[in-house]
Design a protein around this ligand. Structure first.
Ligand SMILES: [Zn+2]
Length: 106
């Protein structure tokens, strides 16, 4: 049986142990994932994708606000529904993305 040093606390841990008995840091699982070439930066990649969605949501809201503010008040009916939908959709998108970011980091 070979042993390694825990990356977190330096405790001697069996290479077959799933986690460090002293601090609970994952040992075998993390090593297996690294050996299998599994992406250890999944959270990072996901949050970057979510940040991009956040940017698009903000862009949709800004475009909608500018559209509503710059539109002449006499224009009514179907035309004024488009920026309102864009604003609502952008806001919902923003809330959903915020929730997903919060979910990924807990
Ligand atoms: Zn440890």
């Amino acid at each position: 049986m070979s042993t390694i040093q825990c990356e977190d606390c330096g405790h001697t841990v069996s290479t077959r142990a799933a986690a460090c008995p002293a601090c609970g840091a994952p040992v075998a699982e993390a090593r297996q994932q690294a050996a299998a070439g599994a992406p250890l930066t999944t959270t990072q990649a996901t949050s970057k994708k979510l940040k991009l969605q956040l940017l698009f949501a903000w862009a949709a809201i800004i475009v909608a606000v500018v559209w509503i503010l710059s539109a002449p008040p006499e224009i009514e009916g179907p035309v004024s529904i488009v920026p309102a939908l864009l604003l609502t959709g952008g806001f919902l998108w923003l809330v959903v993305t915020w929730f997903r970011i919060w979910w990924h980091h807990k």
